[in-house]
Ligand binder design. Structure first.
Ligand code: GDP
Ligand code: MG
Length: 614
């Protein structure tokens, strides 16, 4: 295929604005997937994505399209995730593209991730095609969304496409339009192979399969591949493209997006962002990607200690497919050997845990997530701590610096008060407020309203848990949020230790702000009391700061035999009790000293904020 006839583009949007559905319609209209194999959101290929209805991985697909001018065009479409935790997927995809289709939901307007994604596209110098989706809905506010796109980004109304990804209305015009507006990949004057690795995956038979965008040259089966930065060499076992499953082809050519199977079984040194060429050819490395910094850390431990090597293997393989994941070995007195893992957010963490359990069948215990603190000791020594149990004793600490973020919230202006109250309760401060549109009269509540973009500064640890839900309930579902890490700030943080049966359990300790430590300590011991099953003896649960007990409660001792009291009684009740006991055994437990602690206990620290008001 001539480069001139190739278009590489991504679909970007806030979550739920219809990216995956639009991809479905484009696939239908190009007849690229057999009708019998077509499902809703067909590019959400992981079970997990289909079940949750969200896109986690960017997914590429090659489509062949005959344009109105009867030209054969190869479209490489990449569907991207919309959630802030998976932004790295979007930024990597964009490096394989010349343009983007920017979707905005006609009932929602510009949302926080719309902005974040547009900035990413601008950073990559991509052609942006603005599209308003869901125009079929009666609640569509198409005119007002047009004026937002105009006012905020400067798009003129005649360059905005109006479509329904559901009915297909307007989608053909969009395809024709993007072929005209998005430039074909440029063609460097170079015969040498040069390909950017934008993703990879491990296959038990074909080894490491790298996903590449070829900038120049040609690659085919039988050749020898060289990774420029890591200097690894490998055979080309197979080349091909995404259909969306892997479809082999004779070769991959400059400008194309596809895969190369390498047969490599050793995963060391395979890095997304590296450049591949052929052995014997000389070419320079592409700039690659910005290194990514995880923001949330947790310990992952196999419930069965024998699974430790399997967990390491699983993490290495998963990292191939999720380069934002980082991990290193750690050990805990309570939990044994495991890994400290870093994630881009709580959803990312949840997804990785679930993938480890599903794809690799390893049962895990995860410890409470923490952000990374910078500690300056009185001795002048500096260190970073992302595991509360490694926090030095408070008498040795001069300063603790915690990460802060710049938080952007887009909301109808009538919810500003509610949101402000929530943000302030989490130590946040307002920085800026900007109207996205002119105020207009709203018939429903007979008042003037408009949507605003507000930015705040707030500690990262305060927005990790349940904050998004709170924002949604404070705005009746209308507000959206996005955040970006900024500098760290000195804070009065303390370590809260938890003692179970007088033994400090390292995996349950947490770092918290001094002002809320008493409240959190109390909440936590009471939650643990309900989570830790009764033992044959009374188990005291205590919270302590620097050795001083600040909260205490007891798990009462168990009666010897729970069925004894049913002796001679109703047999069905007895059976039910025994079944309950059996099911109880199946819960994930870890022995901590002489006490069985369930997985939920380690997660109890997650939700220690003041209870919801409504
Ligand atoms: P994504 O998160 O951007 O990939 O969004 P999805 O494609 O998963 O769509 C989110 C929801 O919006 C799904 O329930 C879709 O069926 C629905 N949807 C997407 N496009 C349209 C549309 O044009 N009209 C209507 N009525 N619903 C749509
Ligand atoms: Mg999607």
């Amino acid at each position: 295929m001539k480069n001139l006839n190739i278009r590489n583009f991504s679909i970007i949007a806030h979550i739920d604005h219809g990216k995956s559905t639009l991809a479905d319609r484009i696939i239908d209209l190009t007849g690229s997937i057999d009708k019998r194999e077509m499902t809703d959101q067909v590019l959400d290929t992981m079970d997990l994505e289909q079940e949750r209805g969200i896109t986690i991985k960017a997914q590429a697909v090659r489509l062949n399209y005959i344009s109105n001018e009867a030209e054969e065009i190869q479209l490489n479409l990449i569907d991207t995730p919309g959630h802030v935790d998976f932004n790295y997927e979007v930024s990597r995809s964009l490096a394989a593209c010349e343009g983007v289709v920017l979707l905005v939901d006609a009932t929602q307007g510009i949302q926080a991730q719309t902005l974040a994604n547009v900035y990413l596209a601008l950073d990559n110098n991509l052609e942006i095609i603005p599209v308003i989706n869901k125009v079929d809905l009666p609640s569509a506010n198409t005119e007002s969304v047009i004026s937002e796109l105009n006012q905020y980004f400067g798009f003129k109304s005649d360059e905005i496409y109006l479509v329904s990804a559901k009915t297909g209305e307007g989608v053909l015009e969009l395809i024709e339009g993007l072929i005209k507006k998005i430039p074909p990949p440029t063609f460097p004057n170079d015969e040498n192979l040069k390909g950017l690795i934008f993703d990879s995956i491990y296959d038990p038979y074909k080894g490491v399969i790298i996903y590449v965008k070829l900038i120049s040259g040609l690659v085919k089966k039988g050749q020898k591949l060289k990774f420029i930065k890591s200097k690894i060499t490998a055979d080309v076992l197979e080349t091909g493209f995404f259909s969306p499953d892997l479809q082999d082809s004779d070769s991959l050519n400059s400008g194309e997006v596809g895969f190369i199977a390498t047969g490599l079984k050793n995963l060391k040194g395979i890095d997304v962002g590296d450049t591949v060429t052929l052995e014997g050819q000389s070419t320079s490395a592409l700039p690659g990607y910005k290194p990514i910094n995880p923001v949330v850390f947790t310990g992952l431990y196999p419930t069965d200690g024998d699974d430790y090597p399997a967990l390491r293997d699983a993490l290495e393989k998963l990292k191939l497919n999720d380069s934002a994941l980082i991990f290193e070995p750690e050990s805990s007195t309570a939990l044994g050997f495991g890994f400290r893992c870093g994630f881009l957010g709580l959803l990312h963490m949840e997804i990785i845990e679930e993938r480890l359990e599903r794809e690799f069948e390893i049962n895990l215990i995860a410890t409470a997530p923490s952000v990374k603190y910078k500690i300056i000791k009185k001795s002048g020594e500096e260190l970073f701590v992302d595991n509360p149990s490694y926090l030095p004793e408070s008498r040795l600490i001069d300063k603790i610096i915690e990460p802060w973020v710049e938080l952007s919230i887009i909301t109808p202006d009538k919810y500003i008060g509610n949101i402000m109250e929530l943000v302030t309760s989490r130590r946040g401060k307002q920085k800026n407020l900007q109207y996205l549109q002119e105020q207009r009269f709203n018939q429903d509540d007979k008042s003037f309203t408009a949507r605003v973009l507000i930015s705040y500064e707030i500690p990262l640890s305060e927005i990790l848990v349940d904050f998004h839900d709170r924002i949604k309930s404070a705005s009746q579902g209308f507000a959206s949020m996005d955040y970006e890490i900024m500098d760290g700030r000195e804070s009065e943080m303390v370590k809260l230790d938890i003692l179970v049966n007088h033994e400090s359990v390292d995996a349950l300790s947490m770092i918290t702000h001094r002002n809320s430590s008493l409240q959190k300590g109390n909440l936590l011991v009471n939650k643990l009391k309900n989570l830790i099953p009764r033992q044959m003896f009374q188990v005291p649960i205590q919270a302590a700061i620097s050795g001083r007990i600040i909260a205490r409660t007891n798990v009462k001792a168990l009666r010897k035999n729970v069925t004894a009291k049913c002796y001679g009684g109703d047999i069905t009740r007895k059976r039910k009790l025994l079944e309950q006991q059996k099911a109880g055994k199946k819960r994930r437990m870890k022995m901590v000293g002489s006490v069985e602690v369930p997985q939920e206990a380690f997660m109890a620290v997650l939700n220690l904020n003041e209870p919801k008001k409504n």
